[in-house]
Design a protein around this ligand. Structure first.
Ligand code: NAD
Length: 383
């Protein structure tokens, strides 16, 4: 029996979780979502999986003990799951999320939430019109130490933030781009700015607040992609702080590094795909040594990851509150992505609020076109 509509009406064998989850797209990251839900066994369970590839859906369901699978999202939505996790390639995020929202099913949407600000605004309109929430996956906002640092900065315990550095220096060999949806504007929406560094600078924005202006450069230096393989940006924040951001897929010693210098301390985290408390350090200015003890009370020692965000989503559902990282907040991060490309491709600074309907970078992240778009490919240039 494989009828998702029935699955939601039947008790599961064993545990009876409060929330019934649907996973849409059963590729690589879907496993992290299944594990994240499994980390909350008395609160939630994945009860159905959907993929356009039946074999993948079936294998995924079998591997995670999920009672039902399907290739038809409309059919799965008839079962009225409590939350749909959208884990498909970026080009399908908005169409699938719209289908869920219009069916009244809240969404946990993988990053990047959309291919463009125009697409994101279409989903935002539907979400706000229907009152059905969309939560965007930015899991590094939810690590215990990261939440504590956010609180310290918000309450002013570290003084004013002044200078920040945000580096996503990762290495992806040429074979990585063999997957059909990678490295193309039409289906991935961008390169490391859109797809990789976005985690780290979303955390930067969560910690520092709104941004006002960006100047950027981007290059397609060593991979045979249509998108960039590296970008650099200078960002000014509402509170006056200045930051540099580097997003690279060409960096053999890989790291994700975020450093914020405030009036009272340097706060920094160095990790790769998830941090624990031990990855954070606080270096006080002379005479203010006590601020270095600020993270002592953080007891969680696991890595920041999907389980943290799923936990926060379940908390919000239980409390009847809006789901965390609503589209409106994620829009600030996506607008920064659009501004990085707009600045890099036009050679001038871009201010927040400048990219509106009619602006070339509103409907496509490559806007007027990447400078290298007309040049021949980098075939043979792989490192
Ligand atoms: N948050 C993170 O840390 C993180 C990490 C890796 C990937 N991601 C994001 O997760 C998403 C998926 O990445 P991936 O590496 O798992 O991709 P993948 O190619 O491994 O898997 C995608 C799956 O979606 C299925 N699919 C495609 N279109 C579909 C549709 N219309 N309906 C149903 N299923 C469909 C494919 O058949 C495939 O099984 C991307 O947006 C990526 O950026 C996030």
């Amino acid at each position: 029996m494989n009828d998702p509509a029935l699955s939601y009406q039947e008790p599961l064998a064993g545990a009876r979780p409060e929330r019934r989850h649907l996973v849409v797209g059963t590729g690589a990251i879907a496993h992290a979502h299944a594990a994240a839900v499994a980390a909350h066994p008395r609160r939630a369970a994945v009860v159905s999986a959907v993929d356009i590839d039946a074999r993948r859906a079936e294998d995924f369901a079998a591997g995670h003990g999920i009672p039902h699978w399907s290739t038809d999202l409309a059919q799965a939505l008839q079962g009225r799951p409590d939350l749909a996790h959208i884990c498909t390639p970026p080009g399908s995020h908005v169409p699938l999320a719209l289908q869920c929202v219009e069916a009244g099913v809240p969404v946990l949407l993988e990053k990047p939430p959309a291919l463009s600000l125009a697409e994101l605004d279409e989903l935002l309109e539907a979400s706000e019109r229907t009152g059905v929430d969309v939560s965007v996956v930015f899991q590094h906002r939810f690590g215990a130490a990261g939440l504590e640092v956010r609180q310290l900065l918000a309450e002013g315990s570290l003084g004013r933030p002044l200078v920040a550095v945000c580096d996503t220096m990762w290495y992806r060999p040429p074979e990585y781009f063999a997957v059909p949806w990678r490295g193309k504007w039409e289906v991935e929406g961008g390169g490391p700015t859109m797809g990789h560094g976005i985690h780290q600078f979303d955390l930067l924005l969560a910690l520092l607040g709104g941004w006002t202006e960006v100047s950027a450069m981007a290059g397609r230096l060593a991979r045979d992609t249509a998108t960039e393989d590296v970008s650099t940006a200078l960002v000014r924040f509402d509170n006056g702080a200045l930051a540099t951001i580097v997003n690279s897929l060409l960096s053999p010693r890989e790291t994700s590094h975020l450093r914020i210098d405030t009036e009272l301390a340097t706060v920094e985290v160095e990790h790769l795909y998830g941090y624990s408390k031990d990855d954070w350090t606080i270096t006080p200015v002379p005479g203010r040594e006590s601020v270095s003890d600020s993270l002592v009370s953080v007891t969680a020692d696991g890595q920041s990851g999907h389980a943290d965000q799923v936990g926060a989503v379940l908390d919000a559902m239980d409390a009847g509150e809006p789901l965390p990282v609503p589209l409106r907040e994620a829009r600030d991060t996506m607008e920064l992505v659009a501004a990085v490309y707009a600045s890099a491709f036009t050679g001038r600074a871009v201010r927040k609020g400048e990219i509106v309907p009619g602006h070339p970078f509103y409907s496509r992240m490559d806007g007027t076109g990447a400078p290298w778009a007309e040049s021949h490919s980098l075939e043979g240039a792989s490192l």
